[in-house]
Ligand binder design. Structure first.
Ligand SMILES: CC(C)(COP(=O)(O)OP(=O)(O)OC[C@H]1O[C@@H](n2cnc3c(N)ncnc32)[C@H](O)[C@@H]1OP(=O)(O)O)[C@@H](O)C(=O)NCCC(=O)NCCS
Length: 167
C-alpha cells in the first residue's frame, strides 16, 4: 500500500478539496450535487465545523503534499435527536484510486469518530458503485435500504443504496 500523508483539513485546503470534488459534480453521479463549489463556499463548509470531533474532514496527500482525496463526516440531519448520527463520504481523485487511499482515509476518520458521541454512521451510495460498496462493507457497513430512482442527474434516474455502520 502506498504511504499517504493524512492530516485534518484546514481552511486553506478549500481549493484542493474542490479540485478533487468538483470534477465528480461535473462528470459523475457518485454525488448528487450539480453545482460546483466556489472556493468561498468550500471555505464556509470547512469553517462550519471547527474542532467538532463529530464532523472531521481528513485530507489524504501524496509524498509531495499533493491532495489526492478527502473523507468527511457531516450532520445526518439538523434536528436535534439525530445528533448522534453522521453521514460520511470519501472521494479520491481518479489518478489516486485503487491504491488504498480510500481505506486509509476511512481508517483515520473512524478512529476519530470513535472518541465522539456518534452512534450511527450512514453512507448514501449511488448505484452501481462496486468500489464504494467494497470499501463500506470492509468498514462494517451493512446495506439497509435502496431508494429506487430517488434522484435524477444527467437526465436519468438513479437508485441510492443506504449503508449503516454501528459505532
Ligand atoms: C470509492 C472510493 C472512495 C474508493 O477509494 P479507493 O482509494 O479507490 O479504494 P481503495 O484502494 O482504498 O480500496 C477500497 C476497497 O475497495 C475495493 N475496490 C477498489 N476499487 C474497486 C473496484 N473498481 N471494484 C471493486 N472493488 C474495488 C478494494 O479492493 C478495497 O476492498 P478490499 O479491502 O476488499 O480489498 C474511490 O473509488 C472514489 O473516490 N470513487 C469515486 C467517488 C465515490 O464513489 N465516492 C464514494 C461516494 S459514496
Amino acid at each position: 500500500m502506498t504511504p499517504f500523508i493524512l492530516r485534518p483539513a484546514i481552511i486553506d485546503d478549500a481549493s484542493g478539496i474542490n479540485a478533487i470534488y468538483n470534477p465528480f459534480i461535473r462528470e459523475s453521479a457518485a454525488t448528487f450535487e450539480t453545482v460546483e463549489y466556489t472556493e468561498a463556499e468550500r471555505r464556509c463548509w470547512l469553517d462550519d465545523r471547527p474542532g467538532d470531533p463529530r464532523y472531521p474532514v481528513i485530507i489524504g496527500a501524496d509524498a509531495d503534499s499533493r491532495i489526492l482525496g478527502f473523507a468527511s463526516a457531516s450532520a445526518f440531519d439538523p434536528r436535534a435527536a439525530y445528533e448522534t448520527s453522521v453521514k460520511v463520504s470519501v472521494f479520491v481523485a481518479l489518478e489516486g484510486q485503487g491504491e488504498g487511499l480510500g481505506k486509509t482515509l476511512y481508517k483515520a476518520l473512524f478512529e476519530g469518530l470513535a472518541g465522539a458521541d456518534i452512534h450511527r454512521a450512514y453512507a448514501l451510495i449511488v448505484a452501481p458503485n462496486p468500489a464504494s460498496v467494497a470499501l463500506h462493507e470492509g468498514f462494517g457497513f451493512a446495506h439497509v435500504a435502496t431508494l429506487n430512482e430517488v434522484g435524477r442527474k444527467f437526465g436519468r434516474f438513479h437508485d441510492v443504496m443506504w449503508f449503516e455502520k454501528r459505532l
